[in-house]
Write a protein that binds this ligand. Structure first.
Ligand SMILES: NC(=O)c1ccc[n+]([C@@H]2O[C@H](COP(=O)([O-])OP(=O)(O)OC[C@H]3O[C@@H](n4cnc5c(N)ncnc54)[C@H](O)[C@@H]3O)[C@@H](O)[C@H]2O)c1
Length: 248
């Protein structure tokens, strides 16, 4: 476990899967955590788990695509604990559909949750991180942003966008003491992968050198490293907890 005492962290999409595991991990390491999610019941479960361990967290119900909701999440942090030291843009959705069947609404929602969400979160965080000349951001991409996947064109495009956004932003802000990196997980056992077809999950498991999906806790461990001082020379990188599926 690393030491995040006196740090504040905002984790989006923290009501389920990877986001919940990240929120729990960062709280366990001493951070005061704002757990954001669209789903109030889900995020309350995350908060309950953290508080049961005697650790500190608050919920922020809101949509990462809505600027007012993003503002409310950061204001909650600032009013209670001070400015945000660590931001994890993790909220995400998936939809498996043939490319020719994608509607414009399908496309816009996918790009919005991932890319607009990342843009809004990063911009709000960086405004205050620039003032104090420190801060760490981790954006959740996916290995599908690196290699693509059939019937997941809009998802793959959104995740590739996150990798590009992260690299460009890292070049812009690293000289001001702010580190921005991406995590690009392979298949992880969560509710999100349960939404993909059984055929896909079987095919993917067979392709993995490790022969099994990762866990949300595996991804949280990668995030824990990236937000810590152990990763102080990691800038604009894409780390891949992916069971060996993609080797770069
Ligand atoms: N599970 C995987 O195999 C996998 C692999 C690579 C990348 N990822 C990425 O990791 C992240 C987390 O995925 P997961 O598997 O934990 O999924 P999940 O479905 O278990 O959790 C995603 C959470 O995000 C929340 N959310 C969705 N849209 C939101 C919005 N607009 N505003 C706020 N919250 C919102 C959901 O309510 C949910 O609680 C996603 O960005 C996903 O694309 C997952």
């Amino acid at each position: 476990m690393r030491n995040l005492n006196n740090k504040t962290a905002i984790v989006t999409g923290a009501g389920s899967g990877i986001g919940r595991a990240i929120a729990i991990r960062l709280a366990t390491e001493g951070a005061k955590v704002i757990a954001n999610d669209l789903n109030p019941d889900a995020v309350e479960q995350t908060i309950a788990q953290i508080k049961k361990m005697g650790l500190v967290a608050m919920p922020s119900i809101g949509d990462v695509t809505i600027p007012e909701d993003v503002e409310a999440t950061f204001s909650l942090c600032e009013k209670n604990w001070g400015s945000c030291d660590i931001l994890v843009n993790n909220a995400g959705i998936v939809q498996q559909k043939a490319f020719v069947e994608l509607s414009v609404d399908d496309w816009d929602r996918m790009i919005s949750v991932h890319l607009r969400g990342c843009f809004l979160g990063c911009q709000r965080a960086i405004k205050s991180m620039l003032v104090k000349k420190s801060g760490v951001i981790v954006n959740m991409a996916s290995q599908l942003g690196q290699i693509g996947a059939a019937e997941l064109v809009h998802y793959s495009a959104a995740k590739a966008g996150i990798i590009g956004l992260t690299k460009a932003l890292a070049r812009e802000v690293s000289q001001h003491g702010i580190r921005v990196n991406t995590v690009a997980p392979g298949p992880i056992d969560t509710e999100l992968t349960m939404k993909l077809s059984e055929t896909w999950r079987k095919m993917k498991t067979a392709q993995l050198p490790l022969g099994q999906f990762g866990t949300a806790e595996d991804v949280a461990a990668t995030v824990s490293f990236l937000v810590s001082d152990d990763a102080k020379i990691y800038v604009g990188q894409t780390l891949g907890p992916n069971s060996g599926d993609v080797m770069l």
